[in-house]
Design a binder for this molecule. Structure first.
Ligand code: F3S
Length: 67
């Protein structure tokens, strides 16, 4: 199984909870928005972390799709 994580940059308000929960997936950019630093996730633990970030993001701008 593999997943692709993305952040809708137009909606992200820079809350940064995603980057604190999963620093291996998200990085805060100079633009104050979250950027995904992994292409595809194949590791279940990382996937679970991404799921937590999806639930924690206050503006629900993180999405995960199976690829
Ligand atoms: Fe942006 Fe949500 Fe992360 S607002 S910085 S994607 S927690």
């Amino acid at each position: 199984m593999a997943w692709k994580v993305s952040v809708d940059q137009d909606v992200c308000i820079g809350d940064a909870i995603c980057a604190s929960l999963c620093p291996d997936i998200f990085e805060m950019g100079d633009d104050g928005k979250s950027h995904v630093i992994v292409d595809v996730i194949e590791d279940e633990e990382l996937y679970n972390c991404a799921q937590e970030a999806v639930e924690a993001c206050p503006v629900s701008c993180i999405s995960i799709e199976e690829v």
